[in-house]
Write a protein that binds this ligand. Structure first.
Ligand SMILES: CC(C)(COP(=O)([O-])OP(=O)([O-])OC[C@H]1O[C@@H](n2cnc3c(N)ncnc32)[C@H](O)[C@@H]1OP(=O)([O-])[O-])[C@@H](O)C(=O)NCCC(=O)NCCSC(=O)C[C@@](C)(O)CC(=O)[O-]
Length: 302
């Protein structure tokens, strides 16, 4: 068994997390959350989305959020951008990194961004060209890599095709989203195996939701294939507005605990993160979804 020496965590709480919470948090609370997360040692904190506020009201005010955060040196604060209008807003807000998001399934693409997979690729090509001319770094997401809430099973080859197309357009990294958290380790490993023939494994990130409680096991499997970038969400916040019943991303606290046990470095302070998870759950009035966060609170670790 071999695992990466180092893993980079890409914190999703302020974006993927909050976008699906019932309560809409104030800009001030969103800023505090991001500042706290950066102070925990996270080097990448996804901080907002320049999408239609009619579609995702929780992400309205992302420009104010970007303007208000501390932005310590060495920490990146990417934002989601679905089209050129979103890019314009992100540039005005001073974003230095954006992410485009597509899907490996037609129905999810229609429900999520109101266009087909082919149309989305045309949009993204325009966004990538413009973004790169402004010196922005662009990440690409592929949703539904292990199943779609509308179309059911998704073939690994469809995931590889979408991931490869985004990589060819110039995305520096491709995040593979098990949007509805239905994957199991063997299927996750098989999917990564196929995708890694098209995109170098070093450029792949695992973005696993934890609906069926398999996310940590899936991460354990794909890390052995060389995946060393993990998307996770403090306190397991969130879900997906276009995937009913989907749970949030795997909790960052749980991932950190697993990585510590494997002797893998992340540079993130687990105790400070668990405190942040506890704080944001109180602000949202919701149950903490992190088993590690709950256990640490129980034994008085913070
Ligand atoms: C993509 C659109 C905008 C297309 O939405 P549309 O309705 O097809 O767009 P349109 O071009 O026809 O414009 C309609 C209206 O939206 C406005 N508009 C157009 N673009 C923007 C924009 N960028 N920002 C703000 N407003 C915008 C536009 O100005 C117009 O305003 P109106 O004239 O009606 O007042 C819409 O479908 C949308 O915003 N969808 C939101 C999708 C989303 O945020 N989903 C959640 C994130 S993805 C995710 O969570 C998965 C991921 C990444 O985490 C990985 C995983 O887990 O799988």
């Amino acid at each position: 068994m071999s695992f990466p020496d180092q893993v980079t965590i890409v914190e999703m709480g302020p974006r993927d997390g909050l976008q699906n919470e019932r309560g809409v948090l104030s800009v001030e609370t969103r800023i505090s959350l991001i500042d706290r997360l950066a102070a925990c040692g996270l080097s990448r904190v996804e901080s907002g989305a320049f999408v239609s506020p009619k579609w995702v009201p929780q992400m309205a005010g992302s420009a104010e959020v970007l303007a208000g955060i501390r932005k310590p040196k060495g920490v990146r604060f990417p934002v989601l951008v679905p089209n050129l209008k979103g890019l314009e807003q992100a540039l005005e807000a001073g974003a230095e990194e954006i992410a485009v998001f597509g899907a490996a399934s037609e129905s999810f693409s229609q429900r999520n961004i109101n266009c087909s997979v082919a149309e989305s690729m045309d949009r993204f090509a325009g966004v990538l060209t413009a973004a790169r001319s402004h010196g922005l770094r662009v990440r690409g997401y592929v949703s539904c890599v292990l199943g779609c809430p509308y179309d059911g099973e998704v073939a690994p080859e469809a995931v590889a095709e979408m991931a490869g197309a985004l990589y060819d357009l110039g995305c520096y990294e491709i995040s593979l989203g098990d949007t509805i958290g239905v994957g199991t380790p063997l299927r996750a490993a098989k999917m990564v195996d196929v995708v890694a023939k098209r995109v170098p494994v070093e450029a792949l990130a695992a973005h696993f939701h934890d609906t069926y409680g398999q996310a940590l096991a899936n991460l354990y499997a794909v890390m052995q294939q060389g995946v060393s970038i993990i998307d996770s969400s403090v306190a397991g916040l969130g879900g997906c507005p276009y995937a009913r019943g989907a749970a949030g991303n795997v909790a960052t606290e749980d991932v950190l605990y697993l990585l510590q046990g494997l002797g893998i470095q992340t540079g993130v302070d687990l105790e400070a993160l668990a405190q942040t998870g506890h704080w944001i759950c109180q602000a949202l009035g919701r149950q903490n979804q992190s088993r590690v966060g709950l256990a640490m609170a129980d034994v008085g670790n913070y």
